[in-house]
Design a protein around this ligand. Structure first.
Ligand code: F6R
Length: 594
């Protein structure tokens, strides 16, 4: 959700903190701030983007500091609500991600004890609690303060005159970056990748004391060792590489993402995970859980698993799954999450574990919380996805889902070979869609004039209608709804007019004829129709007002080409409307609160 950075070393902290905040801005960006310590603590924060903060910021000289980009939960975006927050003396500064559930009670208690609060945030209780418990050891005071807190947190604490940073996590990610005579604390790898690729992932309950030359992790009062990991992404992968936006770069990376993800698994001597394991364990049906775009991948997964393996599959929203009674007997579960930190998805994994469901997680971010709590993890190899709108991670999720189905030990060799061939052709098919960018941007110019748009699809492309609508609404702020094509006449027809274009995803499979009928019905109600259709489809040209052509592929793989066209359509529409594409309003990259 929000982004955290901490620096301690021999260099001036300020430029490093600001650099990191720029890279973290995708995690939350309604306000930001830094605190730097020398003999006292200097804080500067505001309800602005990092670029504006940099322009207004005075020069701080200290070599220890913390910074934060915020995505508001408690209290509107404002200067006082921005982080860092500090205690009454101004000597203790804290940045925090997560939510403190009992903050109202703690706040009242602290006010009764004489503390003065200036913000509406839950975070502000933390520096006051540390102040209350401080008796000469910052880490002991932090530990005591956290003992009072119920909720989730990743925090970093700075205290005037103390040559150290103290950090802690519970249900919110935090890493330590290990440098040469300097160390870093961050909520996410891209923040520190320019300085080091050596990281330690903190675990829930860890409190760490970081100096320029050392770090000590303790958990439950005992000192523990945490394994060091090497990040394999390069800094270039976490930068724009000449593209105007991360989103466009990430869309264009998709042929490579397919190759990398396939290469990672197809070359393995043994399949990474055999879905048959679930069946052999007495599992008779499957459940796929996820949120947002990952949920749309889950829906595609349902189609391909049911179609090819004939196993009953339910795909559900993790946020809903957590709140109703479930029949989970003899069920195997897959969860899909790019970040591995989505609160609803993590909660779902915990619930699955409680009832003894074998849980396989498909995750992009290595070392994320989901990978540590699921029974087994398969990593998508999409690399860092910076733009808030998920694009290449969705593609990589699809590749893993296809591969899971293909590597099922009950799939016969001929079928496996033919599917593998199809999948291996997908990078060049996706490239053909990318090469059609000019035509798609032309359609986007037309679409950008409207305020309401429907997306329709059938069968395996129904989830693509949902995803196309999600992409368009989140980055262009056009109201868009995805529907199963057959459902439009059960209500939404009332909204059709010349002002509501319909984007129809047309596939050459058993849904084709029904789709043409739906398009005719829509045209009869006066709505302009933009069709996404395979090469050589002449019938659709006669019907639709505009056609975006995609290469013909086996229908089972059609989501992989259709999604690229839909992503580009959303991107160019948002660009036409001059929107903040990589950091859309009110959103954040990973949603670590329920
Ligand atoms: C939309 C988008 C979100 C995420 C959702 C789940 O473009 O990015 O809908 O897909 O927040 O996130 P993960 O996959 O990290 O669990």
């Amino acid at each position: 959700m929000c982004g955290i950075i901490g620096y301690i070393g021999e260099r001036k902290a300020q430029p490093i903190l600001l650099n990191a905040l720029r890279r973290l801005e995708y995690r939350g960006y309604d306000s930001c701030g830094i605190a730097v310590s020398s003999s006292s603590i200097e804080v500067y924060k505001d309800a602005v983007r990092v670029g504006e903060l940099v322009k207004a910021l005075p020069q701080f000289d200290g070599t220890i500091g913390i910074g934060h980009t915020r995505w508001a939960t408690h209290g509107e975006p404002s200067q006082v609500n921005a982080h860092p927050h500090y205690d009454c003396t101004g000597n203790i500064a804290v940045v925090h991600n997560g939510i403190i559930n009992n903050f109202q009670r703690l706040r009242q208690q602290l006010i009764n004890e004489g503390h003065t609060f200036v913000s509406e945030t839950d975070t502000e209780v933390i520096p006051h609690l540390i102040e209350k418990y401080y008796q000469g050891s910052l880490e002991d005071a932090v530990e005591a303060a956290l003992g009072d807190i119920e909720g989730s947190y990743a925090i970093t604490v700075l205290m005037a005159g103390e040559p150290k940073l103290v950090a802690a996590r519970k249900d919110s990610p935090l890493i330590i970056g290990i440098g040469d005579r300097e160390n870093f604390i961050a909520s996410d790898v891209p923040a520190i990748l320019e300085y080091t690729n050596r990281v330690i992932y903190l675990e829930d309950g860890d409190i760490v004391v970081v100096t320029p030359h050392s770090l000590k992790v303790r958990t439950g009062g005992t000192e523990v060792e945490r394994e060091e990991h090497k990040i394999s992404w390069s800094i270039e992968e976490a930068q724009k590489g000449g593209y105007e936006h991360f989103m466009l770069k990430e869309i264009h990376e998709q042929p490579k993402v397919i190759r990398d993800t396939l290469a990672g698994y197809v070359s393995e001597a043994e399949s990474v995970f055999d879905l048959a394991v679930m069946r052999d364990d007495g599992v008779e049906s499957m459940l796929i859980l996820a949120c947002g775009t990952s949920y749309h991948a889950a829906l595609v997964g349902k189609y391909i698993i049911e179609e090819l393996l004939r196993i009953p599959v339910r795909a559900e929203l993790a946020s809903e799954f957590n709140y109703y009674a479930q029949t989970l007997a003899k069920t195997g579960a897959i969860v899909i999450t790019q970040s591995g930190e989505t609160a609803d998805t993590l909660k779902a994994i915990k619930r699955l574990k409680e009832v003894g469901c074998l849980t396989l997680a498909i995750i992009n971010v290595v070392g994320s919380t989901a990978s540590r709590i699921a029974d087994q993890t398969i990593y998508t190899r999409a690399g860092p996805e910076i733009s808030v709108a998920a694009t290449k991670s969705f593609m990589a999720q699809l590749v893993v889902l296809y591969w899971l189905v293909m590597s099922h030990s009950k799939v016969d060799a001929r079928r496996l070979a033919s599917m593998l061939l199809g999948l291996r052709q997908m990078p060049s098919k996706v490239q053909q869609v990318l090469d059609n960018e000019d035509k798609i941007s032309e359609v986007a110019r037309y679409l950008s004039r409207y305020e309401d748009v429907f997306f329709i699809g059938r069968g395996i492309n129904f989830p693509l209608a949902l995803e196309g609508a999600l992409k368009l609404k989140e980055i262009s702020y056009i109201h868009a709804e995805g529907y199963a094509a057959g459902e439009l006449k059960h209500g939404p027809f009332a909204l059709l007019s010349g002002d509501t274009p319909v984007i129809a995803i047309v596939t050459q499979d058993n849904t084709y004829e029904a789709m043409l009928t739906n398009i005719k019905e829509i045209k009869a109600r006066g709505s302009p129709v933009i069709a996404l259709a395979g090469e050589g489809d002449e019938a659709i040209r006669e019907l639709a007002d505009s056609v975006i052509t995609v290469p013909r592929v086996n229908a089972i793989f059609s989501p992989m080409v259709n999604i690229v066209a839909l992503q580009l359509l959303a991107y160019y529409t948002a660009k036409e409307r001059d929107c903040s594409i990589d950091t859309p309003r009110n959103l954040a990259k990973s949603v670590t609160v329920e």
